[in-house]
Design a protein around this ligand. Sequence first.
Ligand code: SF4
Length: 575
Amino acid sequence: MGKLLRINTKTKTFTFEETPETYAGLGGRGLTSKMILEEVPATCHPLGKNNKLIFAPGIMSGSPAADTGRLSAGAKSPLTGGIKESNAGGLVSQKLAKLGISALVLEDKPEDDDYAMIVINKDGVQILPANDLVKKGNYDVMASLWDKYGKKTGILSIGQAGEQCLKAASIQQADMNGRPGRAHGRGGLGAVMGSKKIKAIVVDDKGADRLEIKDSEAFKAANKRWVEMLHNHPVTGEGLPALGTAVLVNVINEAGTLPTQNFRRGRFDHAQDISGETMADTITSRGGIPTEGCHPGCVIKCSNVYHDKDGKYLTSGFEYETIWAFGAHTTIKSLDDIAMMDRLCDDFGLDTIDMGVALGVAMEGGMLDWGDGKAAIDLLSKVGAYAPEGKIIGNGAHFTGEALGVARVPVVKKQALPAYDPRSCKGVGVTYATTPMGADHTAGYGVTANILSVGGSVDPTKKEGNVELSQGLQVATAAIDAAGLCLFVAFAVLDNEDGLPTICQMINAQYGLSLTPDDVLELGKQILRDEKEFNKRAGFTPVDDKLPEMFNDEFPPHNTTWDFSDADLQKTLDF
Ligand code: SF4
């Protein structure tokens, strides 16, 4: 194990400590969730001095294994009031691992209003004044830090939303071009960083030793099979590289489960205008980049760079969930307007899912008209202007619904639902209801067997089999997040019986262990037990594992309803 780097944000001091036995063998989400359970009082205020913001590379991060550069960020969430892990690509995870840091822990909070930034390299840690970066968006912050510290450094930063401690504030990571295209988006972790008055973190691994691999020959052989597996699967080898995650717009629309106009129906008349096919054509014709990785070693490369009508850079890491949230959900059909909102969210540091859903809720409440892209851009811009309307929308869909007296607010544990309707994609619906994270498709992506026929097939419109589907995926996902693997590897793993054993072989070769697939799945279960326990201590009960009443309505075109009992749902994570 590496060392824990603890930084006291009040005294501006730091310590390196040996990773204690309690945390041995853990990484990524496994480590952030265990540390939060052990060290953060569950009833503390998320923006108070007792909350901690923890960044942890995965167990495999920093190694040459493909697609292992995800970084987990964890804290008590200002949005949900429960435990939160949000992971992202970028450069930081691999660099922390190479510097021998298993977790970076931000503790306490300053009593004054001065901001600081943190620089970590092989020579140690500097905690520097950063008031000159205040009120700057992530684009400016990252550009100036790359100029100063070099264009290969990893950067985490917050924008105006994090400074205002808004509940939908993200922490952005610089992508491989130094732009804020990657996000620890969900759960308001940017507000926790803002409460500790940390504007940015720079991580530089220049001069650090290469990560030790105990059995490099066995590692190389397993990684070779791993890369072939990812290249040979139709989703990870063809669909995602060609069209990015937006490949899903037409697929999910065709399946009748693309939530449209605040979850009223499952098909959007203008789906083609915002589809992956349209996006890829637009990117290519304007000279953008249709496919790239979000960190070195990604072989799937679902990311991209989107240019405006004049061929100038507009945004990057432009994804399906974002396109759905600002598109079908609000009935905005201009891909350029949606791309502009993606850019604003990256710059201000906001979760695109909660923002898109909040805009739909604002349309529901009469604050702006359905489908009005220009009005949506104006309202979102208020966040960067520190205006009162921006504070409403920037606090997310739940807060916006409360402020405007709206009853149709699609949230679980106050976090906005993502881009698949739970009534006609029930496997992911069970995940929305039961994951300790609040509504989150990535916590147990039932779309695999429900819609994509990956890892088997379960009818998306019926109850049967969907609790079991969500349970299996939630366990596997927790383990994937702990490894530092990109979730998208799951497509190949679910369809290949050699998938999980190959991951085990790489971990075993890296650390000299003899883990079995069962050990890895037990790790996933333990992570979920830890997260459930934290939420229980924070006051969560089975009442919180439910979908809102609006999902009792029939959902066309399948005319299905949400029909799971509380007892059905409580079985999901009962292990
Ligand atoms: S597949 Fe996409 S999200 Fe996953 S690591 Fe590669 S670029 Fe990042």
